[in-house]
Design a protein around this ligand. Structure first.
Ligand SMILES: [Zn+2]
Length: 91
């Protein structure tokens, strides 16, 4: 039956296009998952109990002294949100 063959072909094409759109949505979702925040987006200040709030001199994020990374430069202690910021800081 030629008609049935054509029908199967149409169904197959529709299924493939549907599959492609599903893969596209999943791929986009995965991309958003890997890169949740756009670069340069303001970070929310991290506040934890039992610590004083200090400003990261590299990125400007406020962090609690209880959870922040420290670096002592010239008798003064600086606080950083991450290892990356501490590495960038040249005090
Ligand atoms: Zn920082």
């Amino acid at each position: 039956m030629l008609l049935r063959t054509i029908l199967y072909a149409i169904v197959a094409v529709m299924a493939i296009s549907l599959l492609r759109s599903v893969i596209g949505i999943v791929a986009k979702g995965f991309h958003d998952f890997v890169n949740p925040a756009p670069p340069g987006a303001p970070r929310r200040p991290t506040v934890e109990s039992g610590g004083e709030l200090k400003r990261d001199p590299v990125c400007g994020t406020f962090i609690s002294t209880a959870s922040a990374l420290q670096k002592k430069v010239g008798g003064e202690v600086y606080y950083f949100c991450s290892e990356e910021c501490r590495g960038k800081f040249k005090g």
